[in-house]
Design a protein around this ligand. Structure first.
Ligand SMILES: Nc1ncnc2c1ncn2[C@@H]1O[C@H](COP(=O)(O)OP(=O)(O)OP(=O)(O)O)[C@@H](O)[C@H]1O
Length: 387
């Protein structure tokens, strides 16, 4: 067993000669326990210089614990962390090279905005004039030049968070850590600030880790997402990889929406759902194996009533995956229609499908109507299920 639950004294080494191909942050075999409870279990992760990484997962999965280990705010029980080739595993937070932004803006209420930003700069040996010039540059960077003389309470939540960001990047840290920085803001400000943070990160090229439980935020902002669950990493990948090719049922379910059906592999390339067989990739599954079949509502393709006909214009790519379905409910969600369908071939279960406004109009889809829908072969995913 690797998880000896004590802090391993790891010597702090001098930085290695910079190798541009080497990861900027390298976490290896990291464990964290609180008493008997293991919060992080054998985490290994490499982050490239300049990457924007999101730690994403449900409450309690360990994402904040991992961020705090990187920051030196909570030491890991075991494992190593290298930053820029330097072993920082046991360095105190004050000796590490990062700026951090928390969910609660954590600005000093009795200091002006300028003084808040200047705070971390004043002990860096800069002259007063250099500090003032850097502060005004940072205020301009976050678009709040007119507010330098105000106090935090005189700014909105979104503005305060931009100041917290300016303060975090003031000393040009090697690493920017963002702990749910947008969670306390209302939806509109959150979406706006998302773009600002991403643009700023790109401009500065600073390696960034953001903790979030908001999948949309992670998909919109991250170069790569680290999906966590119960103290382990379930998958690391780009937003499209995570969304399109979830490696586990947990990831499929946590990112985006899913229909899930109990299924059984019939033979290579074919799976039985409800009362009939559908085509899908069955790599790694044996004939007869129980599985959970997953398809996203947005991936279901509506077809005209006669899509089966040999000369039909919108003939499906996989005719075997075309099913007759009755529209039980329709809900207009602004950008699309969410429908609930029943289909004899799927048995008792309801299939949720999202159709564009155009498709609904073009195919005259309405509640009570019978349509044909295709479950595309490449969008039907299988995960192991205990029988
Ligand atoms: N100081 C502590 N003592 C004991 N258990 C802790 C401590 N800090 C965290 N934990 C536990 O470790 C687990 C991971 O906590 P962590 O804060 O990392 O989760 P999280 O993924 O960031 O969740 P959230 O989104 O709710 O903040 C949780 O079960 C939590 O209860």
């Amino acid at each position: 067993m690797r998880h000896a639950l004590s802090i391993e004294p790891t010597p702090t080494s001098l930085p290695r000669a910079a190798d541009p191909a080497a990861p900027y942050l390298e976490i290896t075999d990291l464990w964290k326990a609180y008493g008997d409870f293991v919060a992080l279990r054998d985490i290994s992760l490499s982050i490239a210089r300049g990457e924007f990484i999101c730690f994403l997962g449900p409450s309690g999965c360990g994402k904040t614990t991992l961020l705090r280990a990187v920051a030196g705010l909570d030491l890991q029980s075991q494992g190593t962390i290298l930053q820029g080739g330097r072993n920082i595993s046991t360095l105190p937070a004050s000796s590490r090279d990062y700026g951090i932004v928390f969910q609660s803006y954590a600005l000093f209420p009795n200091l002006t905005i300028e003084q808040n930003i200047a705070f971390g700069l004043e002990n860096t040996g800069r002259s007063k004039a250099a500090v003032a010039s850097r502060v005004s540059e940072l205020l301009e960077t976050v678009g709040l030049s007119a507010h330098g003389k105000k106090y935090p309470a005189q700014l909105s939540g979104g503005q305060q968070q931009r100041i917290a960001l300016a303060r975090a990047i003031a000393i040009s840290p090697g690493l920017l850590l963002l702990d749910e920085p947008l969670s306390a803001l209302d939806a509109k400000v959150r979406v706006h600030l998302r773009h600002e943070i991403k643009a700023l990160q790109r401009k500065l090229g600073v390696t960034t880790i953001m903790v979030t439980h908001d999948q949309e935020e992670a998909l919109a902002m991250a170069d790569r997402i680290v999906v966590m669950n119960h103290g382990i990493i379930e998958q690391v990948g780009s937003p499209t990889e995570i969304y399109r090719y979830p490696e586990t049922l947990f990831v499929a379910d946590f990112i985006g929406e899913t229909n899930q059906f109990p299924a059984r592999v019939v033979r290579g390339g074919e799976v039985e759902i409800g009362h009939s067989a559908f085509c899908c990739a069955t790599d790694g599954f044996a004939a007869g194996q129980a599985a959970t079949a997953v398809v996203r509502p947005v991936d279901i393709i509506p077809h005209g009533a006669h899509a089966h006909a040999v000369n039909a214009i919108d003939r499906p790519a996989t005719p075997q995956n075309l099913i007759d379905a009755e529209v039980r409910e329709m809900e207009f969600l602004g950008m699309f229609w969410r429908t609930r369908l029943t289909a004899p071939r799927l048995g008792e279960r309801t299939l949720v499908a999202d159709f564009s406004v155009n498709a609904v109009r073009r195919l005259s889809i309405e509640t009570g109507g019978v349509i044909q829908v295709e479950i595309p072969r490449e969008r039907l995913l299988l995960y192991p299920r205990s029988a």
